[in-house]
Ligand binder design. Structure first.
Ligand code: URA
Ligand code: CA
Length: 434
């Protein structure tokens, strides 16, 4: 097989075979196929697309390029959740304990945050003592015992995807549905999921800005999952503004606790119940989505969800007393209010810009090497559709520096006010089950 012939084949819109895709991915991973040939191929894919079969083959070749996590020792159907990324997305922190409380095993492999989106591990490390550096054996035992554990990402998970993603980044081929879908799905499958619930974000703060593109991506991922034997479904949810109120590590832990107690923000609670119902249903812990939802509501109402969070924190070295005493979480030295400059209805909260402002405060990493400040962040006081009077607070800024002029300016740019009444955006835009 010669790579140049395969590039030509794809360039001319023909379908690559399973063996050909395997040859390409193996060759690229080991270094016998150079970047420039893969660049040409990804550009050909960008224009010619891939068939459903090619997408499934590409995904599985990437899965096989590195370690695959064996979760077979864990009893029950392991359901993973993946979000295509958002700002202040606290759902993972809530969903883990919530579905675990209903008996769904959650074996979560997580990463750290980069740029304006936060990582689950960073958030959990706001809890004193909590750590994810545990052995595989302990990880599996903890899931069997408590239904929930989190481990750091294996260094050698889907190395083909790592190389390909960096290359796509500099060759203008990130934005290709078959390439995005196979990239995301390969990581979930290599991490050992039996079933996958996808939260595909849509709107100004999302990777996919239009509903049409978000649906196309969701369908592509659902098809791949189901074609390779993993039950997969997707919820399309709104990211035209940040989810919940809190953006920042300790602040989001506090928000997750509130939500597990039944006192969380409405949008975050609703999204968790929606995603959680699908997880419980796919794990076969309920025979309908309605039953799944009522099990979750019961776990919130009777305190078992909160208890599951405590047990989970403690089992990985964390100080679980923060659940009842959240003031023990890292606190910033200063709190400033961003005061509205006029009366009006909040019409826009640009999630990317809010995320950037939080990163400037120190809540996120500008580069992989940056240190983050777990205490700092933002608390939205208003969401789209709310009325605000001049001088009222739009955002509380939690900062460890008094010099926040730049942050304030960014926040003013990211929150638009209108004199006319504004509709509250729809939270759930659709579900794709195939
Ligand atoms: N996220 C991924 O993991 N892969 C992509 O290709 C795009 C977003
Ligand atoms: Ca939030």
């Amino acid at each position: 097989m010669r790579m140049v012939d395969l590039i030509e084949k794809k360039r001319d819109g023909k379908e690559l075979t399973t063996e050909e895709i395997k040859f390409i991915i193996e060759g690229y991973t080991e270094g016998s196929i150079p970047d420039y040939q893969i660049s040409a191929l990804t550009m050909a894919i960008f224009f010619q697309d891939m068939s459903e079969k090619e997408r499934a083959d590409l995904t599985m070749s990437m899965v096989e390029s590195g370690d695959q996590i064996d979760l077979s020792e864990i009893k029950g159907i392991k359901v993973d959740k993946h979000s295509t990324g958002g700002v202040g997305d606290t759902t993972t922190l809530v969903l883990g304990p919530l579905v675990a409380a209903v008996g769904v095993p959650v074996a979560k492999m997580s990463g750290r945050g980069l740029g304006h989106t936060g990582g689950t591990i960073d958030k959990l490390e706001a809890v004193s003592g909590f750590h994810v550096e545990i052995e595989n054996k302990q990880f599996i035992d903890l899931v069997n015992k408590n239904k929930l554990a989190v481990i750091g990402q294996s260094g050698n998970l889907t190395p083909a995807d790592k190389k390909l993603y960096s290359l796509r980044d500099v060759t203008a081929t990130v934005n290709s549905i078959p390439l995005i879908a196979s990239s995301i799905m390969s990581k979930k499958i290599a991490a050992g999921a039996d079933a996958i619930v996808l939260d595909v974000k849509t709107g100004a703060g999302a990777f996919m800005k239009t509903l049409e593109d978000s649906k196309a991506l969701a369908k592509a991922m659902v098809n791949i999952g189901n074609n390779v034997g993993r039950k997969t479904m997707a919820v399309i949810s709104d990211m035209s503004q940040p989810l919940g109120f809190a953006i920042g590590n300790a602040l989001e832990v506090k928000e997750a606790i509130d939500t597990l107690r039944g006192e969380g923000p409405e949008d975050l609670t609703e999204l968790c119940l929606t995603l959680g119902s699908h997880m419980v249903f796919l794990a076969e812990k309920a025979s309908s989505l309605e039953e799944a939802r009522s099990l979750l509501q019961k776990a919130i109402g009777d305190g078992t969800a909160l208890e599951a969070f405590k047990v989970f924190l403690q089992s990985q070295g964390g100080d679980s007393s923060i659940v009842d005493t959240p003031e023990k979480l890292p606190q910033a030295s200063y709190k400033f209010e961003l005061e509205a400059k006029q009366d009006g209805y909040v019409s826009e909260i640009i999630a990317d810009a809010i995320g950037t402002a939080a990163m400037w405060l120190g809540a996120g990493r500008a580069t992989k090497e940056s240190e983050i400040d777990l205490a700092v962040g933002l608390e939205l006081r208003k969401k789209i559709g709310d009325f605000v009077t001049k001088g009222e607070s739009l955002v509380t800024i939690h900062s460890n520096s008094e010099n926040i002029e730049q942050v304030k300016e960014k926040l003013y740019e990211s929150m638009k006010l209108s004199t006319e009444k504004v509709e509250v955006p729809t939270l759930i835009h659709g579900e794709i089950t195939e």
